[in-house]
Design a protein around this ligand. Structure first.
Ligand code: HEC
Length: 191
């Protein structure tokens, strides 16, 4: 009988300690000095996030940076350690676990060029010959050279050009690029 009560006590204590450690204690640290993130503040960014989820970018790119001293994230220049508030208003949170490609939590700071993102999305091998990132050409539209005067097509290397045609970003590519550029980590206010 005594043994049974020890066992029960042990089970309950495990749950209570886990609840304190994993939910109650962290709650007090969650808001420490962090400003409201700029995530999803416009139609374009919200749409871009939806496309990011739909296209499965998260299967190769995480959006969570580990603190200095835990792995090489800091040395790789991926930004400051992620904080719980970085994901406020973001549904699904999609932190990601796979890192076939670099972490994107701070990609907007690292790569703010819209044209660069278009090229990388249309054909990653136009930037890096050996890229294993898949192309996403369905986010773009192909027009004859003479159509849409005043709008230059993507500057693709010779082997990816379509003779007599130009490639322009469709709305979905524009939204996705806007979303990627918006991924700039907010300061923690303590730096
Ligand atoms: C099969 C894995 C895979 C998928 C899916 C994938 N990527 Fe990538 N991505 C990579 C790899 C690997 C790199 C590293 C450079 C390279 O090989 O092109 C990369 C590089 C990038 C970069 C540049 C990162 C940097 O730090 O310079 C961006 C931005 C990016 N990907 C965005 C996306 C977006 C947006 C999607 C979804 C539409 C996506 N990727 C889907 C594998 C992937």
């Amino acid at each position: 009988m005594i043994r049974l009560s020890i066992l029960l006590f042990g089970i309950i204590a495990t749950f209570v300690i886990a609840m304190f450690g994993l939910t109650i204690v962290p709650k007090f640290f969650i808001d420490e000095g962090v400003r409201e993130p700029t995530y999803l503040t416009s139609f374009e960014i919200t749409e871009g996030h939806r496309i990011f989820v739909r296209e499965g970018c998260i299967y190769c790119h995480s959006k969570q940076v580990r603190p200095e001293g835990f792995g090489a994230d800091f040395e790789r220049g991926w930004g400051r350690a992620s904080l719980p508030t970085d994901y406020r208003n973001l549904l699904p949170h999609n932190l990601g676990t796979m890192r076939t490609g670099p972490d994107l939590a701070n990609i907007g700071a690292r790569q703010p060029s819209r044209d660069w993102h278009y090229l990388n999305l249309y054909q990653p091998r136009a930037i890096n010959e050996k890229s294993i990132m898949p192309p996403f050409p369905w986010l773009f539209e192909v027009y004859s050279e003479r159509a849409r005067p005043g709008r230059d097509g993507l500057s693709l290397p010779e082997q990816y050009r379509i003779p007599g045609m130009k490639v322009l970003p469709a709305d979905e590519a524009r939204y996705l690029a806007t979303y990627l550029i918006s991924l700039v980590q907010e300061s923690t206010g303590t730096e």
